[in-house]
Design a protein around this ligand. Structure first.
Ligand SMILES: Cc1cc2nc3c(=O)[nH]c(=O)nc-3n(C[C@H](O)[C@H](O)[C@H](O)COP(=O)(O)OP(=O)(O)OC[C@H]3O[C@@H](n4cnc5c(N)ncnc54)[C@H](O)[C@@H]3O)c2cc1C
Length: 482
């Protein structure tokens, strides 16, 4: 490698880094930087959002987004299976857990989050590790361990009724375990849903064979060596051979703290994603920007783009000003989307709700000054892309807000509607790719990147492929058929 290039070290090789590398490569950053990525996990980068597939039995390779060969072929050094323990910010050296020390000019923290482990009686074994049978759900290694341990017919208790809790509950239930989700809040997914939405989701989850204990907490985990059950705060016990901890995450700041960087909840960064220490940046779930940390991937990717612009000076004025949050997920088979506020906050806020009990569908909009400030969809999420776009841009909504839910076409100009929110791919771009020959979801994803983030738009991609005019590959054949 060229010794005149500046040494850029990235700590962490997760979803944020994966996107940052794409953005850097697109800006030809390897011609001016010697890039080294330090990843504690073994192997290349993967799509963490798809971990449920690995838990369900798919090969870990199926969710890998960058193999180690990718780094080689782009002139990027990947040091995987190596944890960075500290940055010596005076001598500009990176120190790794295996005792090595490497120089850097610029360093970026992208260390993500770690699962919360509540201080419960019986949580740890004598060796200080989680008691056998207790698992967190964050990495491929976690999934492989859990999958090897789980046996059909066993009992499982999941602590936490948010996205990760419900996702792991569904996979374990499909594997034949008897699963109970214990949630301290009165409703499932209380960060995204109100009471009606939460109840509707609960009913569907219970119908799929997963039990829920809402408004309850786990007080202790018991068993001789391995877990055999848990005690709830009302004194009842649930027998379980497997316990999944899905009660939240917190930014991973251990290495930043050891390096003397200013840390609050996360590593403190300004609008250029720079920390207070010269030449050191942070982004993704480990970073705290204007008092906020994030736990979903869209803001992490927005930060990655800004950081690439800042580092490469492609748009020197670019700043990160924070992200508007929205989520669209399939939770245990139920479609859920949410954005903005859950409840009206001002007296003048207008609320529109459609509850269809028989169809298990609930849609709610919160409108302020003719603009969408919140929306929640359970069951029928077909309006999500349009709503996200109006919410994101702060556009004026139609006079009759019901049009937003019932008459999607025309609200956003044809072609401009964003279908893949992760990669901001519009319907127009997708139709153009289909017309140019992308005739399967895989081909469409390859051509546009749509569907390669959270994957929740794949249904819409398939629909577009089915309805849009295709490229006529062989006109002679068409004539013959006609
Ligand atoms: C099971 C699951 C499902 C999810 N589903 C969704 C979803 O549907 N939609 C959504 O938007 N988001 C979802 N998320 C969240 C999403 O995965 C995260 O927002 C995203 O991964 C954050 O990216 P990141 O780069 O900040 O952190 P990560 O992807 O966590 O990457 C951080 C990496 O840094 C490594 N690291 C940490 N410290 C060090 C060190 N000192 N030295 C070297 N390496 C280090 C870690 O091992 C890790 O590999 C899900 C997460 C999980 C776990």
């Amino acid at each position: 490698m060229n010794k005149h290039k500046r040494k850029l070290a990235i700590i962490g090789n997760g979803m944020g880094t994966c996107r940052l590398l794409d953005e850097l490569v697109r800006r030809d950053a390897t011609s001016r930087f010697e890039i080294t990525v330090f990843g504690e996990e073994r192997g290349g980068a993967y799509n963490r959002i798809l971990l449920g597939k690995v838990l369900a039995g798919e090969a870990p390779d199926s969710i890998v987004t960058k193999t180690p060969e990718w780094y080689d072929s782009h002139g990027i050094r990947l040091t995987h299976g190596t944890r960075v323990v500290r940055l010596d910010t005076l001598r500009k050296q990176i120190e790794t857990a295996d005792g090595q020390s490497r120089p850097y000019d610029l360093a970026i923290f992208a260390t993500g989050s770690q699962p919360l482990v509540p201080p419960l009686e019986g949580m740890h074994g004598e060796d200080g590790e989680l008691r056998p049978g207790v698992f967190v759900y964050r990495t491929i290694a976690d999934c492989m361990r859990m999958r090897t341990y789980a046996r059909a017919g066993d009992g499982a208790v999941v602590l936490g009724g948010g996205l990760l809790g419900l996702e792991s509950a569904k996979v374990l239930s499909d594997m034949g375990l008897h699963v109970t989700v214990v949630q301290s809040g009165k409703i499932l997914m209380n960060a995204q849903l109100d009471e009606i939405g939460g109840e509707m989701l609960s009913r569907q989850i219970e119908r799929s064979g997963i039990f829920t204990r809402l408004g309850r907490t786990v007080e202790a985990i018991y068993g001789e060596e391995r877990v055999t059950g848990v005690v709830l705060d009302d004194g009842t016990t649930l027998s379980a051979n497997l316990v999944v901890l899905a009660c939240g995450v917190r930014p991973r700041v251990d290495t930043a703290r050891a390096s003397g960087l200013p840390v609050n909840k996360g590593i403190l960064v300004n609008d250029t994603l720079a920390t207070e220490v010269s030449g050191v940046y942070a982004f993704g779930e480990c970073a705290e920007h204007r008092g906020k940390t994030y736990g979903i991937v869209a803001p992490v990717w927005e930060q990655a783009t800004v950081l690439a612009d800042v580092l490469c000076a492609t748009k020197p004025q670019t700043r990160y000003r924070g992200s508007k949050l929205y989520t669209r997920l399939k939770v245990a088979g139920v479609e859920v989307a949410a954005m903005g506020t859950l409840e009206p906050e001002l007296e003048s806020d207008q609320v529109v709700q459609i509850v269809e009990e028989r169809r298990d569908s609930y849609r709610k909009l919160i409108i302020r000054n003719d603009r969408l400030v919140g929306a929640m969809l359970v069951g029928n999420t077909s309006a999500t892309a349009t709503l996200v776009q109006l919410f994101d841009r702060g556009d004026k909504i139609p006079e009759d807000p019901l049009e937003l839910l019932c008459q999607l076409r025309g609200v956003i100009p044809a072609g401009e509607r964003i279908v893949c929110n992760c990669h901001k791919v519009s319907e127009g771009a997708l139709c153009a790719a289909i017309a140019a020959g992308a005739d399967s979801t895989a081909a469409l994803s390859e051509a546009t990147r749509a569907g390669t983030g959270c994957g929740s738009c794949k249904g819409e991609l398939a629909q577009l492929i089915a309805t849009q005019p295709k490229k006529a590959n062989n006109p002679l054949q068409l004539v013959a058929v006609g």
